[in-house]
Each structure stands twice: as structure tokens, then as C-alpha cells.
Design a protein around this ligand. Structure first.
Ligand SMILES: [Ca+2]
Length: 533
């Protein structure tokens, strides 16, 4: 019997009546909804559907206390104690726009055709119902505060960006003082790289609610208050810990610099990394150990700041009497490298780039409070999970699988679905024990890591004949079909503070856009060629 249905006993409409009374939405959405409605089974009895509060952080690897990281996240840890945490949850394309398009349409990157920051998923999927849109079409209020679909950071803060208007009844795009921090106040360890990608930070003056994430929390609380009497799907999208790492100074003070550890930088290990497995060169952008320490501290500080804002929203949910009627999800669009393998940021297929935190709190789930699931799950599983938990009809275009069985029994051995991730030119599969990655179908190399013995992914076993059978098995799990060319890592010159694009420089801005290169979030990047006389 559904746990959720036990909880939401107040009167509500059947799916059919809700659909008939749906407010005006785009014609294509209505059409697609009608198709979804055909799959609907009428609920067994009248019930009030649960609310959904989807909280996302940006570029957040699972560096939180409850995941064993030396980062202070008391509010997320409290949520984890009340719900189920997934230790092996993965992004399908660890980069903002492609990941969010996949998660929010419930389809894989091969279906969304989004592999850069500019291509809208509506180009390939004009009539898909997004996750919030599906709830909206089923009688929910759907609202968003901050970054749920892709927005550029920091340039797009305060603007809707490439949003999906038909997904929402209301959107709010707050803008705090961090948006203007680029006016010469940031500590920039990689000059010449735009602030969306630069290793830059600021221990800022002022209070929490002067920064964008503080305003996101404040606006989210207002949206909860305004919609407390109706079923709602509210997306709360925080901007930190995406770079630049701007947060009030008190959060930096939590991490004395001499207590922050940097990643293994053994030169022999770094020399073994496949060129295809890098997003940028040189290793660590040429940052010194002390500079790396500063960036890690800044990431931790921005995380603790974001955690405090999550806490404000969760406290409001409780104070408004909504906690017992609301499913809460916390996750991120992808992870973030903090110097592992000499790499920083994302858009590569190492574990810290592909892995995300995932915490699900379902009111009334008595069997799994504070438990952790070791099973491999994917961000695109969230869409069918939420339909399942809310008692809404399934959507036949979902390519993921409901996590509901794991919420009841987090270690359920019946769950044996591997997690797939990809970037341009790379395909990777993660099982509980292994990560296997192919670059251009193996032409540019293959990687096999045994996470049971080597969680740091330091020993590539792909060419070890003793693991040939494992490689064959994992290869068969990768998606079929052609693999596009692998872009070369972006070469940064830390002496001249500029970057080169040899070989892959497109002929024109149009060609750049078509190739996806101009869409890398690198617009405004200082080109070394331009510095030459
Ligand atoms: Ca992101």
C-alpha cells in the first residue's frame, strides 16, 4: 500500500477531473497531457496529493557532513536524518544545461540532444512535458525560484535565462550583491578565464540575505506561504557552490586555511591521466598548493552558506505546517572536481564530476529514516519517482525508473540498474563496484576503475587482460550509437593569463555555435592570440 496515500487523506479530485480543470497551458502541453492521461488509472479513492519541494544546488559534489566530507552542513544533515540518502547517484551529463535538460525531461542526453549550454531541449523535444509541467498539468501550482533549468552563473543571475515558460505558473529570479562582485573585488586565481569558469572567490562583507542565495530562500518562503493551501511543485534553485565562490566572510572563517587538505598531486599519477579525460590543461590551471587550498576552502564556505539557506526554507516548511504534506528532494545538477587528477570543475567523467548528492524525504516513510542506499541511481529517475510518490499517472516518455522501492528498502537487492553518464566524446557506466569509460568508442582510450579497491580512480585496469570479461560486460551497458568527437582540453596559459584553442578553433561565430564550442560558457575568454602583437 502506498505510504503517501496513507498520509494525504483530504479530499482531492480524481486525475481525470483535475486534467479537465487544468488551467490554460500551452496547446502542445495539453495534447501531450491528454496522451499521458490515457495511461492514467483512476485513484482508488479520493485523496489530497502531496506537495513537492525540489531543492537544487549548483555544481555541488557530495561534499556534505552526512556524506563524510569535512564540510559543515548541519541543515542538509538534518534532512538526511529524516530521509534516504543515495551514495551512488549520478548525473547523466555532468554539465549544467545538459544535466538539467535530462533530469527535468526525464530522458537521456541521446534523447534531449543537449550537449552544450545553448541548445534548447525543445528543439528535439517540442512537445515533451517537463517534470514541473507534468505536475502543473495535473492541477498543481508550479513555481520556481532561482536556477532550475539552466542559467549562466554569474552572468545570468537575476534573469530567467533559457527557461521553459510553459513549465511554470510563477518564476522569481533574485539577484544579490554577489552578482556584482566581479567588479574588481574577487580574488581571481586564473585571470583571463571568465568568472563562470574561473577559480575565483570572495569572502564578502554583509549579511546572508544580501547574497543571491539568501534572496532565493526568502522568495521561496514567500512562495510557500502564498501557495500553502493548494498542491504545489516548487523548485528552489540555489547558485552556490558554483564559481565564483562568493559567500559572507563568516563561512570562510569556519575553515582555517591550514586545516584544508588538497588532493593527491603525485606527478607520476598525474602523468598517467589520459588527455581525453581532462577538461582543462595544465593540471590545476597551474595553481600552487596554497592556491588550491584557497579554492577548496572557498568551495566549502560557499557550501556552508548554501546549507544555511536550505535550512531557512526547511524551517519555513515546518513552521507553515507543510512538512507532513510535502516530499522534499535535495540534489545538484552534477558534481565538481577540486583537484582530483589535476582537474577542476566538471564536464568530465571522473567520479567527483558525475556524482551528486541525493536526499529524498517522504513524509510518513517509517522504514527508512536516516538510511542510506548503496544502489546506483540516476538523476533522470527523479521524474518517475515523483509521479509515483504523488500518485500521478506514469509518463510513457520517462526513461528512468521510480526510486520508490529504494525509499522503503534502501538496500533492496532487486535494484540492479547501472548509472550512465556522458560528455562530448565520452561514455561512462557506473555499477556499484566499477566505473568504465570509453573515449570516442575507445579510440582515445578506455578507463576501468575498481571502486571496491580504488575509490580514487587511480589505477586504470582497462588494458589488464585479467579484467577483459568485466570490460566486455560493462562495454555492453554503454548506450549504442555513434559517439561525437572529443574536444581537446581547453589550454590555459597561467603565465600570460589567457587560453589557446589550437586545432579546434572554428572558422566563424556561426561555426563556433554549431560546434558547441562557443557555447562552453567561455564567451569573453581571453585569447592568447589576441595578446600577440
Ligand atoms: Ca551546474
Amino acid at each position: 500500500m502506498s505510504v503517501v496515500r496513507n498520509l494525504f487523506r483530504t479530499t482531492a479530485l480524481t486525475a481525470a477531473i483535475v486534467l479537465a480543470s487544468t488551467p490554460m497551458i500551452a496547446a502542445q502541453a495539453r495534447q501531450a497531457t491528454a496522451s499521458a492521461a490515457k495511461q492514467a488509472r483512476a485513484p482508488a479513492r479520493a485523496e489530497r496529493r502531496p506537495n513537492v519541494l525540489l531543492i537544487m544546488a549548483d555544481d555541488f559534489a557530495p561534499k556534505l557532513g552526512s556524506y563524510g566530507a569535512p564540510v559543515r552542513t548541519p541543515n542538509l544533515d538534518r534532512l538526511a536524518a529524516q530521509g534516504v540518502s543515495f551514495d551512488r547517484a549520478y548525473s547523466q551529463f555532468p554539465w549544467c544545461a545538459p544535466s538539467r535538460a535530462s533530469m527535468l525531461t526525464g530522458t537521456r542526453p541521446g534523447t534531449t540532444r543537449v550537449a552544450d549550454l545553448n541548445t534548447p531541449f525543445r528543439a528535439a523535444l517540442p512537445d515533451i512535458l517537463t517534470l514541473p509541467q507534468y505536475f502543473r498539468a495535473n492541477g498543481y501550482f508550479a513555481g520556481r525560484v532561482g536556477k532550475i533549468f539552466h542559467q549562466g552563473v554569474p552572468g545570468g543571475i537575476g534573469e530567467a535565462g533559457p527557461d521553459d515558460p510553459q513549465s511554470w505558473d510563477k518564476v522569481v529570479d533574485p539577484r544579490g550583491r554577489d552578482r556584482d562582485a566581479e567588479n574588481g573585488r574577487l580574488v581571481d586565481l586564473t585571470p583571463g578565464i571568465p568568472y563562470g569558469s574561473a577559480m575565483a572567490y570572495l569572502a564578502d562583507e554583509g549579511e546572508d540575505d544580501e547574497q543571491t542565495d539568501g534572496k532565493v530562500a526568502t522568495e521561496a518562503i514567500e512562495m510557500l506561504k502564498a501557495n500553502r493551501d493548494k498542491p504545489f511543485f516548487i523548485g528552489v534553485g540555489f547558485y552556490r557552490p558554483h564559481v565564483p565562490e562568493v559567500a559572507p566572510k563568516k563561512y570562510f572563517d569556519l575553515y582555517p586555511l591550514n586545516t584544508v587538505a588538497i588532493e593527491n598531486q603525485d606527478p607520476a599519477m598525474l602523468a598517467r591521466v589520459l588527455p581525453a579525460s581532462k577538461a582543462w590543461t595544465p593540471d590545476n590551471f597551474g595553481m600552487s598548493a596554497d592556491e588550491q587550498r584557497q579554492m577548496i576552502r572557498a568551495y566549502y564556505a560557499a557550501t556552508s552558506y548554501m546549507d544555511a539557506q536550505v535550512g531557512r526554507v526547511l524551517d519555513a516548511l515546518q513552521a507553515l505546517g507543510l512538512a507532513d504534506d510535502t516530499i522534499v528532494i535535495f540534489t545538484s545538477d552534477h558534481g565538481f572536481m577540486l583537484g582530483e587528477h589535476g582537474q577542476w570543475m566538471k564536464n568530465i567523467l571522473w567520479e567527483p564530476s558525475a556524482r551528486v548528492p541525493l536526499i529524498v524525504r517522504v513524509p510518513g516513510t517509517r522504514t527508512a529514516k536516516g538510511k542510506r542506499s548503496p544502489r546506483t541511481v540516476e538523476l533522470l529517475d527523479l521524474y518517475p519517482t515523483l509521479l509515483d510518490l504523488a500518485g500521478l499517472p506514469g509518463y510513457d516518455r520517462n526513461e528512468g525508473k521510480s526510486l520508490k522501492p529504494l525509499l522503503a528498502r534502501p538496500a533492496d537487492r532487486g535494484w540492479a540498474k547501472p548509472a550512465l553518464s556522458q560528455v562530448r566524446g565520452g561514455r561512462s557506466v557506473r555499477t556499484e563496484r566499477w566505473r568504465y569509460t570509453e573515449w570516442e568508442g575507445g579510440k582515445l582510450g578506455r578507463e576501468l576503475y575498481d571502486h571496491k579497491r580504488d575509490p580514487g580512480e587511480l589505477h586504470n585496469l582497462a588494458d589488464d587482460p585479467r579484467h577483459a570479461a568485466t570490460v566486455a560486460k560493462l562495454h555492453a551497458m554503454l548506450p549504442a550509437g555513434p559517439v561525437e568527437a572529443r574536444p581537446k582540453p581547453v589550454p590555459y596559459d597561467p603565465i600570460r593569463n589567457c587560453t589557446y584553442f589550437p586545432a579546434q578553433r572554428p572558422a566563424s561565430p556561426t561555426a563556433a555555435k554549431a560546434s558547441g564550442m562557443g557555447a562552453d560558457g567561455l564567451a569573453g575568454l581571453q585569447r592568447c592570440e589576441a595578446l600577440d602583437p
